[in-house]
Design a binder for this molecule. Structure first.
Ligand code: ADP
Ligand code: ZN
Ligand code: ZN
Length: 722
């Protein structure tokens, strides 16, 4: 059942008809409601007396919706992450199937205007305002729109209006099949280099059993090309491939490349699909109709009929970790799935996670390298800009401005990376020191000049912009730079070169990211400034200079993974430059030019950095040389979470389990967030088995601790953020 309760629930078989098989959905009474659950087993008896057992009311699937290997993977995940099985199963199903819709894919129904519907003025329909409004929406989307999309943001049902418009001959309905059929013509693939050929053989030779390959290659070394060839081989054997990508990389550009090259329908699964589209895609993955399933994090639970190959692209990417509710790591689950279903797994990255490199070191993963950039592109040069005592204009040093001028004059494009949205991360009063704080968090409000408001990036709280200091009445000044402010500075310094900002704020509208990226590729913009969104997956062949505006952000974090993420970002940003035949340059502004990890990165590349960083992790017995679990607690005051965590720690000690060290409890790095105080207790274990053995018995007791009812608590196994 989709509830936060652990374990399963017993029901009597339906009054008539066959017993529903394991993996099928059933509708059952649950409290006062009727809800959809999934059969996870057949039993001979129950701990409950027969009189109290309720009966299954309807069987929704005659054959299992989830086959045994997938259901067993979900069970494994529920055990490993200590999350209720019902919620884990829920997370694996599309909304439509959770609600009990039949597991049949009928295609997607779309409405579009007819020839006469295209030209008629909606205002003519004065007596039927609803029809006019529907017609206006349809005219704005001549390629068609689904009923769900029409319903979005509408409080009336558009169906009556649609029917009337169809009767008038202004609108037509058509069924689009779930999946786009494969293209008739395929472009030629580039001739593979030796390293690519070796990589492909290594992968295809391992088909039919489990091997985990770590495909390490700088951006532009041709990893995607390797995936495409390996997938073709899998298709030739009549098997399916599952490809996981970070959210941001799933742009039309990548999908288009897959569609052009592969002779199979592709099922796409990501968060911005409509319910109908997801229903369709999920079922065509399950039926085997889609030869390739490509999706973000949760697609690791996609069903398939003929398992062939699993690929995780950008395996180091933080978006593969689910941070709320059922907290899981899609990469780790992908590896486990490959192991259980006996298919090879390929983890690809230019900057592998230290966890994966640790697994190579231990001989668990097989490393495959693509050392050079494909097609003869030259690797960029990395250089530190020591900004100590330098004059900075809006966060841009003179040396950086000079370099930008040089590259722009030579017809190159320039990319500036700053992981901070908004105009400035703080607004302060120069006279009295007043600062615009979020009253719900231990954080400053970020000034968003475009939206003309202050917004807290931690809880979403918004307020208007005060005209003057509320405390002394003096004018207020922004402190520090966000991407908006950099964009403004660019207009001042380089008025003749069009600049564009790419971050979550500037790309909120559907399609705006795509059009911005197209504008960059076509050379309409010469300077790009942006956040993480810019660093991933995109191909900008004419960018010859890339700059990290503030590397110090990553060097001073309490999180032991911050430096790893900084190094990955630097290499990923560097990968955006010089992808064509022009040599690229990468500049890194920092106040810590001699930081040892930065020096190893610049001296020996990511490989050298990873060696140094792994040595440090080993020294400190941190992952991958230890396992962690984080118990989080929060409440409306500061003491309660800490008190609960102390009880939890004391209880752990009474269990006297070997090999587990409680670290803490301590207040979270940002103690107050959205009005609640947060604290955590870290469990450290040099051996993973010790941690797994301890968590079960410990967690079952936690709910009974006296402090448990006063806090909200959760467990995060293998936490990604501290
Ligand atoms: P990655 O996924 O590692 O970033 P891609 O596979 O996207 O690399 O390749 C980068 C670019 O180089 C693409 O435009 C691709 O078509 C091209 N490419 C890949 N392999 C070759 C090759 N062997 N010869 C020429 N061009 C290639
Ligand atoms: Zn003041
Ligand atoms: Zn806040």
């Amino acid at each position: 059942m989709p509830t936060p309760l652990h374990g399963h629930f017993d029901y009597l078989p339906p009054a008539q008809g066959p017993l529903p098989p394991v993996g099928a959905r059933v509708r059952v009474p649950f409290g006062r409601r009727r809800i959809v659950g999934l059969v996870v087993g057949h039993g001979q008896g129950s701990a409950l007396p027969n009189a109290r057992l309720k009966r299954i009311e309807a069987v929704l699937d005659e054959t299992p919706l989830l086959d045994a290997p997938l259901l067993n993977l979900l069970r494994w995940a529920a055990d490993y992450y200590h999350h209720p099985l019902g919620e884990v199963i829920s997370a694996a199903l599309p909304q439509t199937l959770r609600q009990g819709k039949l597991a049949i894919a009928r295609g997607i129904e779309r409405y579009h205007v007819t020839e006469s519907g295209r030209t008629i003025a909606p205002d003519g329909l004065t007596r039927a305002p609803r029809q006019a409004s529907v017609l206006r929406r349809l005219q704005a989307n001549p390629e068609g729109i689904t009923l769900e999309q029409l319903r979005e943001g509408q409080d009336t049902d558009p169906r009556a209006a649609l029917r009337a418009l169809i009767d008038k001959g202004l609108v037509e309905r058509h069924h689009r099949p779930c999946l786009e059929p494969p293209r008739d013509e395929r472009p030629d693939a580039p001739a593979l280099n030796a390293a690519q050929q070796a990589a492909i053989s290594s992968i295809t030779e391992s088909l039919g059993g489990f091997t985990c390959h770590l495909l390490e290659g700088v951006t532009g070394s041709g990893k995607t090309e390797v995936y495409l060839h390996a997938i073709e081989q899998v298709l030739e054997r009549g098997l399916q491939s599952l490809v996981l990508v970070p959210e941001i990389a799933l742009t039309p550009q990548l999908l288009e490349r897959f569609r052009q090259r592969l002779a199979t329908p592709i099922a796409v699964l990501h968060s911005s699909l409509s319910d109908g589209e997801r229903h369709c895609a999920w079922l065509s993955a399950r039926s085997g109709e889609a030869g390739v399933i490509i999706g973000t994090r949760s697609a690791v639970f996609a069903p398939w009929a003929r398992p062939g190959l699993i690929i995780v692209d950008e395996e180091h990417d933080a978006s593969l970790k689910q941070q709320e509710g059922f907290r899981y790591h899609a990469r780790d689950l992908a590896v486990m799935r490959g192991h259980r279903e006996a298919v090879p797994v390929v983890l690809g990255s230019a900057t592998p996670s230290l966890e994966s490199l640790g697994n190579v070191e231990r001989g668990q993963y097989r490393r495959i390298e693509l050392p050079a950039r494909a097609g003869g592109a030259v690797a960029p040069r990395l250089k530190v800009l020591d900004v100590r005592q330098q004059f900075m204009d809006e966060g841009l040093s003179t040396a950086l401005l000079d370099a930008m001028q040089r590259h722009l004059d030579a017809d190159g494009q320039v990319l500036l990376f700053l992981n901070r949205r908004g105009f400035s991360p703080a607004l302060i009063c120069h006279d009295c020191g007043w600062v615009a704080d979020c009253h719900r968090c231990d954080a400053r409000m970020t000034w968003h000049a475009c939206a003309r408001l202050l917004r807290c990036h931690h809880c979403g709280h918004e307020t208007g912009l005060p005209a003057r200091c509320p405390s002394c009445g003096s004018p207020l000044a922004p402190r520090g730079q966000g991407t908006e402010r950099i964009e403004q500075a660019l207009h001042k310094h380089f008025p003749q070169y069009p600049a564009i900002r790419i971050d979550r704020d500037s790309t909120r509208r559907k399609g705006s990211l795509e059009s911005a990226l197209a504008g960059v590729r076509e050379g309409r913009y010469r300077i790009l400034v942006g956040t993480q969104m810019l660093a991933k997956g995109h191909d900008f062949p004419n960018v010859t200079l890339a700059a990290i505006l503030d590397a110090d952000q990553g060097l001073f974090s309490v999180d032991f993974r911050a430096v790893e993420r900084l190094a990955q970002t630097i290499i990923q940003v560097a990968g955006r430059s010089g992808r064509a035949l022009r040599a690229g340059e990468v500049l890194i502004q920092t106040h810590q030019p001699d930081h040892p990890l930065l020096s190893s990165l610049l001296g020996g590349g990511y490989r050298a950095f990873a060696r140094t960083a792994l040595a440090e992790r080993r020294e400190a017995t941190l992952p991958p040389y230890a396992s962690l679990a984080l118990l989080r607690a929060e409440a409306v005051d500061a003491q309660t979470p800490l008190a609960f965590l102390e009880q939890a720690r004391d209880h752990l000690q009474t269990l006297s389990l070997p090999g587990i060290h409680p670290w803490g409890p301590a207040p979270a790095p940002m103690e107050r967030r959205a009005g609640r105080y947060r604290a955590h207790l870290l469990l450290h274990a040099p051996r993973r088995q010790d941690l797994q053995r301890a968590l079960g018995p410990w967690l079952t007791e936690l709910a009974r601790l006296p402090g448990a009812r006063q806090v909200r608590w959760s467990i995060d196994v293998d936490p990604a953020d501290l």
